[in-house]
Design a protein around this ligand. Structure first.
Ligand SMILES: [Fe+2]
Ligand SMILES: [Fe+2]
Length: 218
């Protein structure tokens, strides 16, 4: 079944389970962000006319994407140690990235039946992006950036671009363009702060430029 624009978010039968699982793990503020990401992802799924099953996977990953965001650095390091996860030197230089590495395996422990390989992959790339992102990974990555509770001007203007400026009617290509703009903004923001840019972000950006076949400077 295709999810139509008339299907409401709360009709998805697993929302309550997801909500209860993440509510225990985070502050009210982060919970609002997570719900907003899930609703934004749901709307993107309807625009892309994804099936109910595809939409469920995307919404599940969106709900769970920040499940370890409020854990401290020591917790992330211990979790990785206990679960045989090797952090690269680049991962260790980017504290913000730790929660995308621990998020998927932690979510799988909390809700094993919900964290399919698709969901796992989308949680694992939501922060940095990466090469060869599938449609679910792109949607969660973009929804995290443009969800409407974000107050940053770059996020707000990308939200406007995605939802209001699809002139050629090719919604999948439009999604790729928005993902590229999210990469651009992230790289610019980190450069301005003098912060480390994770290689997965740079490689993901180059990858989407190639797939869009745009003539622009990498
Ligand atoms: Fe995150
Ligand atoms: Fe997030």
């Amino acid at each position: 079944m295709i999810i139509s624009m008339n299907t409401v978010f709360t009709e998805l039968d697993h929302i309550n389970t997801l909500h209860e699982a993440v509510r225990r793990e985070m502050s009210e503020k982060r919970l609002s962000h997570v719900v907003s990401v899930a609703k934004t992802a749901f709307t993107i799924c309807t625009l892309l006319t994804l099936s109910e099953e595809e939409t469920k996977k995307t919404v599940t990953a969106s709900y769970l994407h920040d499940i370890t965001k409020e854990k401290d650095k020591l917790w992330h390091y211990e979790f990785c140690n206990q679960h045989g996860i090797i952090l690269s030197d680049d991962d260790k230089r980017a504290d913000e990235v730790l929660h995308q590495i621990t998020g998927a395996p932690y979510a799988k422990k909390v809700l094993p039946d919900y964290v399919t390989p698709t969901v796992y992959g989308a949680i694992s790339k939501h922060c940095t992006g990466g090469v060869n992102m599938n449609i679910y990974e792109k949607i969660v990555f973009l929804a995290d950036y443009i969800e409407p509770t974000r107050t940053n001007e770059a996020c707000k203007s990308l939200n406007h671009f995605f939802f209001n400026e699809c002139y050629d009617g090719n919604i999948r290509k439009h999604l790729d363009k928005a993902v590229l703009l999210a990469y651009d903004n992230t790289v610019r923001y980190l450069n301005e702060k003098g912060a480390f840019v994770h290689p997965s972000t740079l490689l993901g950006r180059e990858d989407i430029i190639k797939s869009l076949n745009l003539e622009r400077k990498i």
